[in-house]
Design a protein around this ligand. Sequence first.
Ligand code: ZN
Length: 145
Amino acid sequence: MVDDLYQEIIIDHSKRPRNFHDMEDANRKAEGYNPLCGDKLKLYLRIEGDMVKDASFVGAGCAISTASASLMTESLKGKSRAEALKLLDRFHELLTTDSPVSQELGKLVVFCGVRDYPARVKCATLAWHTLKSALENKEEPVTTE
Ligand code: ZN
């Protein structure tokens, strides 16, 4: 069952999140908060030229929000700003529409089941809202509301 495999990947990333640490030489930072669930995260990016060289996060949240931030930071490395924003759009489509799954999503496709649980969509998109704010370099914390 593909759903079971997806579930396993989400559980793995929530228990052992990748890129889960502060970043001293980050040149972009943003904080995100999802009041519906209590998920909080701080995202760090190191951007050189137009390229995301490194991405990491810290925070506390539910399994979905942690796994989403973990997989997002993995997916971002080596992407240009425009590619990162495009991925954000694809991810949002995956969670909020019935459109066919885009190949560009790679591993992020594991979140496709979340579209059946509207209350969890904000958990899955929190890291991505925070990414947008980091790329736009806004100082205020973002919320999903
Ligand atoms: Zn959550």
